[in-house]
Design a protein around this ligand. Structure first.
Ligand code: UD2
Ligand code: MN
Length: 593
């Protein structure tokens, strides 16, 4: 469903280009005991660091060699859209390898380092809330497979930096048999020498997948509450207390933070609206708007919201209750389905599931999953089949109606799970639909879904900053569509400027989009950065459609980290491309209003 998430992400207001400042303050008592080799150090030490400007020497903001351990030197990094600038082949390699292995911009992730400040995205009223002093302590379980080391360690440090020590019982890292060399070597070293003793690393002998991986993590945990996180998260201010409070009141309450968006292309952290979890009959998770009635209580926007399902990765649950409720289905492999299974189980067997608007955790949402399963199977279908047969009663027919090919497919032995359902005396799936998710449309004769009122957040239109022509200084030409400006996928070229031609008019807006003739956005391919820019439908999620005007009249493409350039200024063809920013004439542009 990462597509669905991406969809929601796209329909959200765009990460605004706030200039965020990121401080790197070493945690007390955690200063490095044994320094790592010099070459692993970030170049800067203190004070605001410039995002380097064009000289090779200044280039290494952080360590662009790849995922090497950095030293938590005190520093401040000024986050800017130009953080992903490519200076040399090495940078390019890190960036491309990152997209290939992790499906996000690893160059920026490495440059950010392990500590950064993130914008406080909570509703203002959350700041006035107070929480009980005697909250239970938490074991944070992070299961990972071939994660980018910088992203994993930023996850860990964000927890260490933003959790009161007395509430953090331990962090348990479960390495799901990763193959990446730095995870096998440097990580173990780092955990031993740089992190508190309460951070433990468990290694799976073989690849188990995230479901059994989390069960293994939980089996090592000794805190009162389990908190699960993905390995590419950053927790926000006061994230844990609002999660622990409802669990302290009722140990059968399971809670999720609001999952903020960390852009896979720019690593910008931005706020998500408060939505809740649903699903469709294909057994894919989806986000739903919250029925108005849920938000009308006295606590307003800060009140916990009942959610029919959870996204899966980020939640907190009493550890004993996790065990009582049957942990996870250990017959599920690698990825998918476990989130709906545990959601149905929680509601049907006497618990409840809440989203806590005052707890915020950022997560890198990527456009594709960068790993497969060991045998290449579709584990989502296998896992969904198991959950349908155990939990959905006659409603599993709805799934089979959409996936008839799965009707005869083997899904392994589910006896234990069926027994668990009996033992816990769980309610029927019909009860769940009627009471917890009445909005679910059921096709067929018994279709009578009530129509709840949803809050509808009007989509914010990004403000226009400038309207005019994109003038290329060296050739005296203007950037235009090669074909018709409304043609999706069309190339752009430089041609003679015509100041009466609407087809040469660009809009530059606060989201840093360049829109030609108010129609399509200038876009690049993140995965094939050598491809020329094209005109595409504006997707509103930054990255490939984000451009900035900078020093030396450059026009910088945020997600590929390069500058727009006329390929051959003497040729009448006027082709443009993106290339390493070098300040040369072919890369100089003027936005003329
Ligand atoms: C979402 C959930 C994820 C999980 C999944 C459904 C969020 C933010 N994320 O997908 O937690 O519930 O839906 O199954 O709600 N991993 C392993 N071993 C593997 C595969 C993955 O340890 O064999 C780790 C991985 O490194 C990551 C976590 O499991 O830390 C979740 O995987 P993901 O990030 O690829 O899943 P995501 O966010 O697309
Ligand atoms: Mn994830």
């Amino acid at each position: 469903y990462s597509n669905l998430l991406a969809l929601v992400a796209t329909s959200l207001p765009l990460p605004r280009e706030e200039t965020q400042s990121f401080k790197n303050v070493p945690i007390k008592g955690l200063e490095p005991q044994r320094p790592f080799p010099k070459k692993f150090y970030p170049r800067f030490t203190r004070g605001p660091v410039h995002i380097p400007e064009l000289q090779q020497k200044e280039n290494k903001i952080g360590n662009s060699l790849g995922n090497h351990i950095q030293d938590p030197v005190k520093r401040e990094v000024e986050f800017s859209p130009e953080m992903g600038m490519i200076f040399n082949e090495e940078d390019q390699e890190v960036r491309d390898l990152g997209y290939q292995k992790h499906a996000f911009n690893m160059l920026i992730s490495n440059r950010l380092g392990y500590h950064r400040e993130v914008p406080d995205t909570r509703d203002a009223k959350c700041r006035e809330k107070s929480y009980p002093a005697d909250l239970p302590s938490a074991s944070v379980v992070i299961c990972f497979y071939n994660e980018a080391l910088s992203a994993l360690l930023r996850t860990v440090h964000s927890v260490l930096d933003r959790t009161p020590a007395h509430l953090l019982h331990e962090i348990i890292l479960v390495d799901d048999n990763s193959e990446l060399a730095d995870l096998k070597k440097d990580l173990g070293e780092y955990v031993k020498t740089q992190l508190p003793k309460t951070t433990k690393l468990v290694r799976n002998e073989k690849r188990e997948g995230l479901i059994r991986g989390r069960m293994i993590g939980a089996s090592h945990a000794t805190g009162k509450v389990l908190v699960f996180l993905d390995s590419h998260c950053e927790v926000n201010e006061m994230w844990l207390q609002p999660l622990l409070t409802p669990i302290r009141e009722d140990h059968r309450t399971v809670v999720c933070p609001v999952i903020d968006i960390i852009s896979a292309d720019t690593l910008t952290y931005s706020s998500s609206p408060v939505v809740r979890g649903g699903f469709n009959w294909g057994l894919h998770f989806k986000w739903d708007l919250v029925p108005l009635a849920e938000l009308e209580g006295p606590e307003g926007a800060t009140a916990p919201i009942k959610s029919p399902t959870m996204a899966g990765g980020l939640f907190a649950m009493d550890r004993e209750y996790f065990n009582e409720l049957g942990q996870y289905d250990s017959g599920m492999d690698i990825w998918g389905g476990e989130n709906l299974e545990i959601s149905f189980r929680i509601w049907m067997c006497g618990g409840r599931l809440l989203i806590i608007p005052c707890s915020r955790v950022g997560h890198i949402f990527r456009k594709r999953r960068p790993y497969g399963s060991p045998g290449g199977q579709d584990t989502m279908a296998h896992n969904s089949l198991r959950l349908a047969h155990v939990w959905m009663d006659e409603y599993k027919e709805q799934y089979f109606a959409l996936r008839p090919e799965l009707r005869m497919r083997n899904y392994g032995n589910i006896t234990d799970r069926v027994e668990l359902r009996k033992r816990l005396n769980c309610k029927s799936f019909k009860w769940y639909l009627d009471n917890i998710y009445p909005e679910m449309q059921i096709s067929g004769p018994n279709a009578k879904a009530p129509q709840p009122v949803f809050i509808n957040r009007a989509q914010k239109r990004p403000k226009i900053i400038q309207r005019g022509r994109l003038y290329h200084l060296q050739t005296n030409k203007c950037l235009v569509a090669q074909g018709h400006p409304s043609q999706k996928g069309g190339l752009v070229v430089v041609r003679e400027c015509d100041y009466n031609d609407q087809n040469q008019v660009w809009i530059y807006n606060e989201d840093h989009e360049l829109i030609l003739n108010n129609l399509l956005c200038l876009d690049v391919s993140e995965t094939r950065s050598s491809d020329p820019p094209r005109l595409m439908k504006c997707h509103g999620s930054g990255g490939s459609q984000q451009w900035t005007f900078g020093k030396n009249n450059r026009l910088y493409q945020v997600s590929v980290g390069q500058c727009l350039k006329v390929v051959d200024p003497l040729s009448h063809k006027g082709y443009v491309t993106v290339a390493i920013c070098d300040g040369s004439l072919p890369q100089q542009w003027h936005f003329e209003s």
